[in-house]
Ligand binder design. Structure first.
Ligand code: HEM
Length: 132
């Protein structure tokens, strides 16, 4: 049977999630990418946020596997200009921080896994970003 990007990503995510520090490292990286990003999380309960992100990334992967985008649309609403007001250009930083963290944490990482992640997540990210 053919292995799809979504399968590759699902398995890679499983390897990354074995270690809870994946999410700590992601937010350290993402917040280091600029003061604007850091400022958005000053009042955030980060243990809770890491937990929510674990689920959010799973929603992106499930979307790549053909699940309806209801949950991603809700994230689109919360991140839009009437919500957290996350400018669309910040999603590039988000994805770059995620890809760097995957490279660091997936023991089986290779370039093909990084590109599978990019292709699989892009449509779901567009649902959230596009709701701005
Ligand atoms: C596609 C990429 C992203 C995903 C999957 C994602 C996921 C999530 C999830 C699941 C939540 C919690 C649920 C909610 O409040 O609606 C959340 C909250 C939040 N996200 Fe994102 N997010 C993404 C991109 C971004 C970006 C680029 C920023 C820019 C800094 C950002 C900033 C925030 C903030 C400020 C909160 C609220 C934190 C708080 O409650 O204090 N997110 N995100």
């Amino acid at each position: 049977m053919e292995t799809t990007d979504a399968d590759t990503v699902f398995q890679s995510y499983g390897r990354c999630c074995i270690n809870e520090s994946f999410f700590t490292d992601f937010y350290d990286r993402f917040m280091s990418s600029g003061d604007e990003v850091r400022a958005m999380f000053v009042d955030t309960d980060m243990p809770q946020q890491r937990h929510l992100l674990r689920n959010g990334i799973m929603q992106l992967i499930l979307h790549a596997r053909g699940m309806p985008d209801t949950k991603l649309r809700a994230l689109g609403d919360s991140h839009s200009r009437t919500g957290y007001n996350i400018r669309p250009d910040l999603y590039r930083q988000w994805l770059d921080a995620l890809l760097d963290t995957i490279r660091q944490h997936d023991p089986e990482y290779r370039d093909a896994i990084g590109s599978a992640w990019q292709r699989a997540l892009q449509p779901g990210i567009e649902v959230i970003r596009g709701a701005y």
